[in-house]
Design a protein around this ligand. Structure first.
Ligand SMILES: [Zn+2]
Ligand SMILES: [Zn+2]
Length: 345
């Protein structure tokens, strides 16, 4: 049986813990989201948003997220396990190995998937709900249970007999299938985690976003050349320590596009890993960002600056690059999306 848990209310972006305040940087406009963790207990599993923004440019919010003033977004998580393999039967063993690596193993391998289903709808003032989350649980849970959970997808699912069940293809398939079983609300976004280091996302339209997560450890010192020593100390406190301090960083590199007809991938994963390793990780891992890297010369290496810097480093090598997310700690997440480029595809 798939397990269903309420894991998050994702109003505009990632909140992976109910009582956490997440600051999202998009084009360097800050958005603050505060949710009420206790309300989940009282309202059948959905959470009220106490305050959702402090935004320097309201037009951006409108452009990016549509009718935010009237629509509410609700997210439920559904877990399942499934097996798959990445293989093109008409290719040689060697070519399959070369393109898909260990995923090409004929006998398959498996994952514990986590699926986040985010729907949008209008608030019903009588019930205090947009939609009964129990209904979503039932409709989506049944679908997953019947079609995916515990299955070898390439062998047992009609769609995935024809299309390789990559994370991109699975999320695109689920978008169509789930859209048909929802009532009184519509799908806003699906997010499918294959594991902690790989997930795919789908919103309205043909495109799928594919994200890989990487890890590195670095030291930095927060210090701005534009400010006096006293001001630096006042603003950055301990982080202004002349020697620096360090973090376990996690870096989310997201590409967006239409999955390839044959491989089912938006980008070849081995190529992506090689580029990020060479361009970013070799440059940052086990280094002092202020002292050892050329890219932060004259820049204050805050994580919001890092998100933009990494985007600029990778973009020439990855034309489909969509978003860079930097986890400075588990509680601090920053991201950079080049909205202008995404508007024009
Ligand atoms: Zn796999
Ligand atoms: Zn720091």
């Amino acid at each position: 049986m798939p397990k269903i848990a309420i894991s998050l209310v994702d109003f505009t972006y990632i909140i992976d813990n109910w009582d956490r305040i997440i600051i999202k940087y998009s084009q360097l406009y800050p958005v603050h989201i505060i949710v009420h963790s206790e309300s989940a207990k009282f309202f059948g599993g959905f959470i009220f948003i106490l305050s959702y923004l402090k935004l320097t440019n309201p037009n951006l919010l409108k452009k990016t997220h549509g009718e935010v003033a009237t629509l509410l977004y609700i997210s439920r998580r559904i877990d399942f396990s499934a097996m798959h393999r990445y293989r093109v039967d008409s290719w040689t063993e060697e070519k399959n190995r070369q393109v898909f690596g260990p995923c090409s193993n004929r006998n398959g391998h498996g994952h514990d998937y986590k699926l986040e289903v985010m729907v949008k709808g209008k608030l019903n003032n009588h019930t205090g709900m947009v939609v009964n989350t129990g209904d979503i649980k039932l409709a989506v849970g049944n679908l997953i249970d019947k079609e995916l959970d515990g299955k070898f997808l390439n062998e047992e699912h009609p769609y995935f007999k024809q299309n390789i069940p990559t994370a991109e293809n699975i999320v695109a398939y689920l978008w169509e299938a789930i859209s048909q079983v929802l009532e009184n609300c519509s799908l806003n976004r699906l997010k499918l985690y294959e594991n902690h280091y790989l997930f795919s996302e789908k919103e309205e339209g043909d495109m799928v976003t594919f994200t890989r997560r990487y890890h590195f450890s670095s030291a930095h010192r927060l210090h701005s050349d534009q400010l006096s020593d006293k001001e630096n100390e006042r603003i950055f406190g301990k982080c202004n320590n002349p020697y620096g301090h360090g973090h376990n960083y996690y870096l989310d590199v997201a590409v967006k596009g239409i999955p390839d007809n044959i491989t089912g991938m938006v980008i070849n994963m081995a190529d992506l890993d090689e580029i990020v390793e060479k361009i970013v990780l070799e440059e940052f891992d086990h280094k002092h960002l202020n002292l050892d890297t050329a890219v932060f010369k004259g820049l204050n290496p805050t994580s919001e600056v890092m998100a933009k810097v990494v985007y600029d480093m990778l973009k020439p090598y990855i034309p489909k690059l969509y978003r860079i997310g930097v986890w400075e700690t588990e509680k601090n997440y920053f991201e950079y999306i080049n909205e202008e480029e995404t508007v024009h595809g």
